[in-house]
Design a protein around this ligand. Structure first.
Ligand SMILES: Nc1ncnc2c1ncn2[C@@H]1O[C@H](COP(=O)(O)OP(=O)(O)OP(=O)(O)O)[C@@H](O)[C@H]1O
Ligand SMILES: [Mg+2]
Length: 496
């Protein structure tokens, strides 16, 4: 069986409550109306009977206390009431409808008792003789009491008629009332159902639901608060998701880093261990191998030293704990110093390193040691990947409007495939891992260079095509772009 919609259920409940309330009110009004009607009719009838009873008492007095049965029946017919004459001791002297000899003493009837005491009395009760309700009125007379009794049937019929009219009037008023209540109940039920359904959605964890802020009053304010709550929760969830993703990314970076470092350490350590054991096992006495083995041990120890140095440098840059000493330097001098340092190594490979002509007066604002480190890394790569007899060229161009110079280190090596270009500055990233390791590289050089350039507020990029060499570019500021200011030393750099 299909479930009845929430709005319809709420509507039914509202209407049931309203109808119960209204039903209760109708019953109360009906009871009150019939009671008031009966009371007022009984009062009027009682007053009429009392005045008739007084006249009758006077007639009885005139007749010397004796009224013929026939006369009594005639008078009762004219009055539309039963007449009973009672002696001071309560005995029935005459009755228009029964034989007095057969009737019991009336002394204890409340209206008769009151009349015999000198005060008119009245009473409403069921007649044991006839079986229906009667109004009894008795007044004192010189010969005891005169009592008149009239049936209440007609009064009851009249009061029923009044009740009918009252109920008809209520029903008429009820129709628009029901229509208005139904309209209002439907409106409230629909809105409340929407609010409750939204609450359920929020509880289910769906924070994207919103309700239109229609209508007015408290419900509108409540819907607004509910919407605001939804918005806040949604933002909170999004923030948490973002933070969670970032934490996951950082965790991945950390795990990769640890894996890479341990991997890089393993090879030289294993090599040192292996050759040391071979030497101890007897090779030390073998003049053909001992020197070569020791050289391998030294090379690997140097590699370990370089690796730890690079890691330390990178960590200092990433944690921004490295202090720089910025000042203005002549660019030509800085570049020459780097070129001279690499030349002897390049010469071993028959690679020439040249500096293009640049004006002597160009000055850059930098940390000289950092620029030396940048150039040393780029030149080291260029020479390392150059073929025998190749040429490495260092050049620079001025971009005064941008406030910097662009330094370029270009080689004639194998170049870098396009797919690798975007990742070349990541730590431990190498195009050909095996070959780079063979050449003594750990893949940290360019990551360090990138951080150093960024510490100068600069940018680094590479242009290369496989087989056509590679050109690395980086910028250096002409003047202090605010680097000397304390805060700027600790700007945020991208962590690779
Ligand atoms: N001039 C270049 N020509 C071709 N490939 C290059 C050049 N410079 C860098 N690469 C590629 O980029 C990788 C990363 O360079 P990077 O300087 O970071 O590491 P490395 O030189 O291998 O090791 P390290 O610099 O730590 O000794 C290199 O392994 C190489 O694959
Ligand atoms: Mg390198």
């Amino acid at each position: 069986m299909a479930e009845i919609p929430l709005a319809a259920r709420l509507f039914a409940k509202f209407m049931a409550a309203l109808l119960c309330l209204f039903g209760g009110a109708v019953v109360a009004v009906d009871m009150l109306a019939s009671r008031v009607a009966v009371d007022s009719y009984v009062d009027t009838l009682a007053e009429r009977l009392e005045s008739e009873a007084h006249s009758l008492a006077r007639t009885e007095a005139l007749a010397g206390g004796r009224l013929a049965q026939q006369q009594l029946v005639h008078l009762a017919g004219a009055l539309g009431a039963r007449i009973t004459l009672v002696a001071p001791d309560g005995r029935v002297l005459a009755d228009s409808e029964a034989d007095p000899a057969q009737m019991e003493n009336h002394r204890t009837r409340p209206e008769v008792a009151s009349a015999l005491n000198g005060r008119p009395g009245r009473s409403v009760r069921k007649s044991p003789t006839v079986g229906s309700s009667f109004l009894y009125v008795a007044v004192p007379s010189p010969h005891g009491a005169v009592r008149l009794a009239a049936p209440l049937e007609r009064i009851e019929a009249r009061s029923q008629a009044v009740r009918g009219r009252v109920l008809a009037a209520i029903a008429l008023a009820f129709l628009p009332f029901v229509a208005l209540s139904a309209w209002l109940a439907r409106r409230i039920a629909t809105r409340m159902a929407a609010v409750m359904e939204m609450g359920a959605e929020l509880a289910r964890g769906n924070f994207t639901v919103r309700l239109p802020e229609a209508g007015g009053g408290e419900l509108r304010a409540f819907i607004r608060h509910l919407n605001q709550t939804g918005e806040k929760l949604q933002k909170l969830v999004e923030d948490l998701e973002r933070e969670h993703a970032e934490l996951e990314r950082l965790e991945r970076v950390r795990r990769d880093f640890v894996v890479n470092v341990s991997h890089e350490l393993r090879t030289p350590v294993a090599s040192i261990q292996g050759y040391a054991e071979t030497l101890l096992d007897g090779a030390l006495e073998d003049p053909r191998h001992n020197r070569r083995f020791l050289q391998v041990i030294r090379q690997n120890a140097e590699r370990l030293g370089r690796l730890t140095q690079d890691l330390l440098a990178l960590t200092q840059l990433e944690w921004k704990t490295r202090r720089f000493e910025f000042a203005s330097y002549r660019l030509a001098a800085l570049l020459d110093e780097a070129v001279e340092t690499i030349r002897p190594i390049a010469a071993k490979k028959n690679v020439s390193v040249e500096r293009a002509e640049i004006p002597e007066h160009w000055e850059v604002f930098c940390d000289a040691a950092a620029v030396h480190q940048i150039m040393a890394n780029l030149l080291d790569n260029a020479v390392k990947f150059s073929p025998e007899g190749g040429m490495v060229e260092v050049s620079a161009r001025l971009e005064r409007d941008a406030g910097h110079v662009v330094v370029c280190v270009r080689d004639q090596g194998p170049g870098i495939p396009a797919a690798d270009l975007p990742r070349i500055f990541e730590r431990f990233y190498r195009v050909d891992k095996a070959r780079s390791r063979e050449l003594g590289g750990t893949g940290l050089g360019l990551a360090i260079v990138k951080h150093l350039v960024q510490a100068h507020g600069g940018r680094i990029w590479v242009e290369s095509e496989p087989g056509r060499g590679a050109a690395f570019f980086f910028t250096l500021p002409l003047e202090d772009p605010g680097l000397a200011a304390e805060g700027d030393l600790h700007r945020e750099f991208t962590v690779m």
